[in-house]
Write a protein that binds this ligand. Structure first.
Ligand SMILES: [Zn+2]
Length: 127
């Protein structure tokens, strides 16, 4: 089973899908090692910190996109506005290792993380 990549959503999924399950994009290609791939959506600071530490400890580079709009809220309500929401992306070359780490975290119940696993559309939901 091949994996394919939506350059718009930065997600990967199996090639039984003819279009991106998120955005419907039909222009899909195979992922390259240095493609940023969506790993997880996370909306609690503690969990975000734990996850990012875990990635660092495993030498997995990542990109964190702030999805909360918190910067705008902080401008209005002050620095104590704590709501956070991040999309975390990792390079495709590290994606398998990163998802293994997430699954390990989840199955050990050490932490419950809201996340997607994009290999299978069945998992394409927040947990
Ligand atoms: Zn897409």
């Amino acid at each position: 089973m091949e994996l394919i990549y939506c350059t718009k959503c930065k997600i990967i999924f199996n090639d039984s899908h003819k279009r991106c399950p998120r955005c419907g994009n039909k222009k899909l290609r195979q992922p390259f090692d240095n493609d940023a791939v969506f790993l997880v959506y996370i909306n609690e600071q503690l969990k975000a910190d734990m996850l990012m530490n875990m990635l660092k400890e495993n030498d997995i580079p990542f990109i964190k996109h702030d999805k909360s709009g918190a910067a705008a809220f902080r401008a209005v309500f002050g620095a104590n506005f704590l709501s956070i929401a991040y999309d975390i992306f990792v390079p495709y070359s590290a994606y398998k290792k990163a998802t293994d780490l997430l699954v390990y975290f989840k199955t050990t119940k050490a932490i419950e993380i809201k996340f997607f696993i994009i290999f299978n559309y069945e998992f394409f939901k927040t947990i």
